[in-house]
Design a protein around this ligand. Structure first.
Ligand SMILES: Nc1ncnc2c1ncn2[C@@H]1O[C@H](COP(=O)(O)OP(=O)(O)OP(=O)(O)O)[C@@H](O)[C@H]1O
Length: 961
């Protein structure tokens, strides 16, 4: 057997490793003392106290033992791979006698290299990947889709200490990469990583005023222009982004003269159209201003003055999707201008954005600190995702592109080898009724088949034949992957253009391989547009992991022949393909995260047949209306509803109002609670929650009950870990809030802080599922993402959860949150939720004071305001991103709702001495309001004074000139 070692392990530091290794290599399991402790997880004994964790795999007939972790002194508790709290009773486990027969196989193992890397899965880098991994930044990694760029960059990122940024355009990719980085409990105290979308990166410099403009809004505005000389909104939008505002880093946008003088290959519009384009562009600038929208290129240019160097290392993924100015802005955030790694694939550009690797290089040499001929670029050419059959076809497209247009630059000039661990097929089909019917009938309910067309307008036609909700235009398909892709009339819809593209190219040209030569016709004005069509085709078919079903009405097109597709089948026989309800729910969720709302909604409507509940959900305005109706008019139904809400949210004011209105049940909240349980919450406590599952299927996983709670919130409230698990598997949204402003996670923290049994028995098993990845906050007008791995994330969530419970009783003494209150709240939290060192008084006090808003500290998140010594409340200017809206913390948590709970009283509705305490608390609340207002005024005055100084400086400058 062969032994591979996790790349972060140092064998020299593992006592007894060499001896143990020799036992394993000789397949002597007995001497190596191996015992199975989990799913493909084994422990081996090195000596009396130290252990190794391993897993077995095979690859190409060979067996491998992969050493994952070195556990000193039986430290199973500290393992990344074991559930915290797990007890491994070694004496009770028999030693392993034979190697497991069913060990999983790996897609690839590099026999030259005794190491492996680990993200969500084991990765053994091939020689090229390994060579890149060993390089020092700066570097640029180019590779086809599925060549391991993201995997490699993330591994590279882990090796960089300090403040690190991972940034890319798509927020879905950001989430994915973040999950890969933290997979299997990865933790690196040497670095602080921000995972940001480009939009978030802009917001982290300063939250812009207004909203970013998107194509839909642009097209809407454009359609209202009186008789514009240019008709194509999409093309214009691309020109504005890619030509007028994107490329230059010196000016925000090209002047009319500069634009009119652009070379023939620098614009997608002909010379005689450009004056009209510029006229529309001028109006576009006014439109942006008038509607409070911003263009991210123009904003990037403005932010060049504002961005500060704050990162030691930056990774930019999918760099080809960014414009020069956007990239330039990102790199200006570097402390050392050479600390970057960019990766991308110019063949995947489906916008005419004039990107080329050589232009990118010149950006660094002209504006960056790079000198001479630093060899920045590395190419990855093995594909680990697509089947060899799909890769072979993709390669022919690259050859054709090269033969027709020449190399755009040397760096885009490479073919791809398939790793070949998945096999598939390319099936070329005639566009006939029987074929479409067969495909539709067999695949319409499968999440593994998607239809791709060239233009958005073609989707309607495709949808007449294919009933799957998974129909995408090429713009939408970018970044997606499916086992099977149906390419529908991709060429026939643009037959003329593809005919142009294939003109003058022969089979012999494609035999010659790639050559680095310029395009045959240098004045070819349509090059950039054609490049878009050929790239679109490349992107479309590389979405197929295994099989491609390519249907064309005109199967005799020259380009098809060049690709070796000369014999279209006119019959097809497929096996029935179908996916489960849960698969479709997951698919809808995934598409939603990727911003593909249209397809996600179709899945929900047509496949999941989701409905909107027929009951009223009370929150915000509907709750106010209910209150009015219940109290002002003698409406029994409304009174009962308000009573139930009072019980759910422990709202003393509502209860009080109902008592005054002589609603009798309000005198006996305990009876009311019992009925409430029966009426609403029993399904959540059932062992086999059939009724609840029916509701989930009917209304979706995040439906709201009348009290504005989602099923996940209720499950968290009850501490029902089986249900939390089931809901998380159905992708329940952890970011939603109830009427208290609490997420399911905060509800669990609140319960655990007041109930020892809950904390000990339930919190540990639901915590990770409920915990959102991060919390976005706004401080000093800038976005900050508090990652869940940080203590600030934990503390802020905890204090939000404790707000209504802790603050009132302290406020009557003019106090707020104290370290002691936090210690009491987390006392029974298990160690996997909060490590013992994080429960220590000194540590908790240091986190509170480090994040006090006036404290000078590089990592101060300014979360808290010190009301008096040892007493903290939230910074009054703190904003949180809640359900996609920025909300001030004191609009989320309402000071008016604070209610005093005397310690000697057993229930929250006990109203003895209420008047006295209400009075006391009213004074406390007035004090808190006053204090917060004072802080806001101080900050405002400071800001005004600063503004005055800046204005005066500017005035002086103007006068001096
Ligand atoms: N050496 C390897 N051995 C096995 N699997 C690998 C290897 N390198 C990459 N992979 C896997 O191949 C898949 C594609 O990798 P990755 O997503 O990093 O590619 P990419 O180049 O970023 O693709 P895209 O441009 O489409 O985003 C991933 O599942 C990754 O784990």
């Amino acid at each position: 057997m062969q032994i591979l070692l996790y790349n972060e392990l140092n064998p020299a530091a593992i006592t007894g490793f060499a001896k143990w290794r020799s036992f394993m290599e000789a397949d002597d399991l007995k001497s190596a003392d191996v015992k199975k402790i989990g799913d493909n997880l084994y422990r081996a004994r090195l000596n009396r106290s130290d252990r190794l964790l391993l897993a077995f795999y095979h690859y190409q007939g060979e067996r491998y033992a992969l050493v994952l972790e070195y556990l000193k002194s039986h430290d199973y508790q500290g393992s990344r791979f074991l559930n915290h709290g797990v007890v491994v009773d070694e004496d009770k486990i028999p030693p392993l006698e034979y190697l497991p027969e069913d060990s999983p196989s790996l897609a690839y193992i590099n026999p030259q290299h005794g190491r492996f890397n680990l993200l969500d899965k084991i990765i053994s880098f091939d020689e090229t990947q390994q060579a890149v991994f060993n390089l020092r930044p700066p570097m640029v990694i180019i590779g086809s889709a599925g060549s391991g760029k993201t995997a490699l960059t993330l591994e590279k990122l882990k090796a960089c200490p300090g403040d690190v940024l991972y940034v890319t355009l798509s927020s879905y990719l950001v989430k994915n990469s973040r999950d890969l980085y933290y997979a299997h409990g990865y933790d690196n105290p040497q670095q602080h990583v921000d995972f940001l979308s480009f939009q978030e990166f802009l917001e982290s410099i300063q939250i812009p005023v207004g909203k970013p403009i998107n194509f839909r809004e642009f097209a809407d505005w454009f359609s209202r222009l009186p008789r514009p000389a240019i008709k194509d909104a999409h093309k214009l939008f691309e020109e504005f982004k890619g030509v007028l505002t994107g490329p230059s880093v010196e000016t925000a946008y090209l002047s009319r003269e500069e634009y009119l003088n652009l070379g023939i290959k620098q614009s997608i519009f002909l010379e005689d159209e450009r004056a009209a384009v510029y006229d529309i562009f001028s109006r576009y600038l006014t439109f942006l201003q008038e509607t409070n929208r911003y263009d991210s290129n123009l904003l990037s240019h403005r932010y060049l003055k504002r961005v500060e160097p704050r990162y030691d290392f930056v990774v930019v993924d999918e760099v080809q999707d960014l414009t020069n100015i956007q990239l330039f802005l990102i790199l200006k955030a570097l402390r050392d201008p050479t600390g970057f790694l960019l990766c991308g694939d110019s063949n995947q550009i489906v916008h005419p954005n004039f990107f080329s690797w050589s232009k990118l290089k010149s950006l660094f040499y002209t504006h960056g600190e790079l000198q001479g001929d630093t060899d920045l670029i590395r190419i990855l050419s093995t594909n680990y995702r697509n089947s060899p059959q799909v890769t072979a076809l993709a390669n022919r497209i690259l050859l054709l592109k090269n033969a027709r247009f020449g190399a755009i630059d040397r760096e885009s000039n490479y073919l791809v080898h398939s790793n070949g661990h998945v096999q598939g097929d390319v099936v070329f089909l005639q566009d006939r009724d029987n074929i479409r019917r067969e495909l539709d009938a067999k695949t319409r309910t499968s999440t593994r088949f998607a239809v791709v067309v060239m233009h958005a307008e073609q989707k309607a036609e495709a949808q007449q034949h294919f009933n799957t909700p998974l129909v995408f235009s090429i713009q939408e398909a970018k970044g997606l992957e499916y086992d099977n892709i149906i390419l529908y009339n991709f060429l026939s819809s643009e037959a003329k253009r593809f005919h142009e593209i294939s003109k003058g190219v022969s089979h012999a040209d494609l035999q010659q391989g790639l050559s680095y030569a310029r395009a045959k016709d240098k004045t070819d004005k349509s090059l950039e547009t054609y490049k878009f069509y050929i790239n679109a085709l490349y992107v479309a078919l590389t979405r197929a992991v295994r099989n491609l079903y390519w249907i064309e009405a005109d199967a005799k097109q020259r380009l098809l022949d060049l690709l070796g597709l000369d014999n279209a089948l006119d019959t097809l026989n497929l096996d029935n393909q179908g996916s489960s309800h849960a698969d479709w729910q997951r698919e809808a969720h995934k598409l939603e995260l990727q911003g593909k709302q249209e397809q996600a909604e179709r899945i929900r409507r047509e496949i999941l047949q989701q409905q909107v509940p027929d009951w009223e959900v009370y929150s915000g305005a509907t709750l106010d209306a209910l209150h009015h109706q219940a109290i002002q008019s003698n409406d029994k139904k409304a009174r009962l509803a308000l009573f139930e809400i009072a019980l759910v949210y422990e709202d003393r004011q509502f209860l009080h109002d109902l008592l005054l209105a002589e609603f009798k049940p309000a005198r006996h909240p305990d009876n009311g609670l019992k009925q409430l349980q029966q009426k609403y919450y029993l399904p959540y406590q059932a062992k086999n929650p059939v009724a609840l599952r029916n509701q989930l299927n009917k209304f979706g996983v995040d439906f709201r009950n009348p009290f504005n709670q989602t099923p996940l919130m209720v499950a968290a409230w009850l501490g029902n870990s089986t249900l939390v698990q089931e809901l998380t598997e159905r992708d329940a949204n952890t970011a939603l809030i109830d009427n208290n402003g609490f997420t399911a996670f905060q509800i669990a923290l609140q319960q655990a802080s007041k109930d020892e049994k809950y904390a000990r028995q339930h919190l540990g098993s639901i915590y990770q599922q409920l915990e959102p990845d991060s919390l976005s906050i706004q401080i000093d007008g800038r976005l900050l993402k508090l990652d869940k791995s940080s203590m600030e994330f934990f503390l802020l969530n905890l204090l939000i959860a404790l707000f209504y419970r802790i603050i009132p009783n302290n406020l009557v003494k003019k106090g707020a949150f104290t370290t002691q209150a936090i210690i009491d709240a987390v006392e029974h939290f298990p160690n996997n939720v909060l490590a013992p060192q994080r429960k220590q008084r000194a540590y908790l006090s240091s986190i509170l004071s480090k994040n006090e808003m006036s404290r000078v500290d590089r990592y101060n998140r300014k979360l808290f305001y010190r009301l008096r010594q040892g007493h903290y409340t939230f910074n009054p200017t703190l904003m949180l991103l809640v359900e996609n809206n920025w909300v001030n913390i004191y609009d989320l948590l309402k000071i008016d709702k604070l209610a005093y709970r005397p310690e000697n009283m057993t229930t929250w509705w006990d109203n003895r001495h209420q008047e006295y305490w209400d009075n006391e608390l009213a004074q406390g609340r007035a004090y808190l309001y006053q204090e917060l207002q004072r802080v806001r005024t101080l900050l405002l005055n400071d800001a005004l004074a600063m503004l005055k100084i800046l204005c005066e400086q500017e005035l002086h400058k103007i006068r001096d000139n």
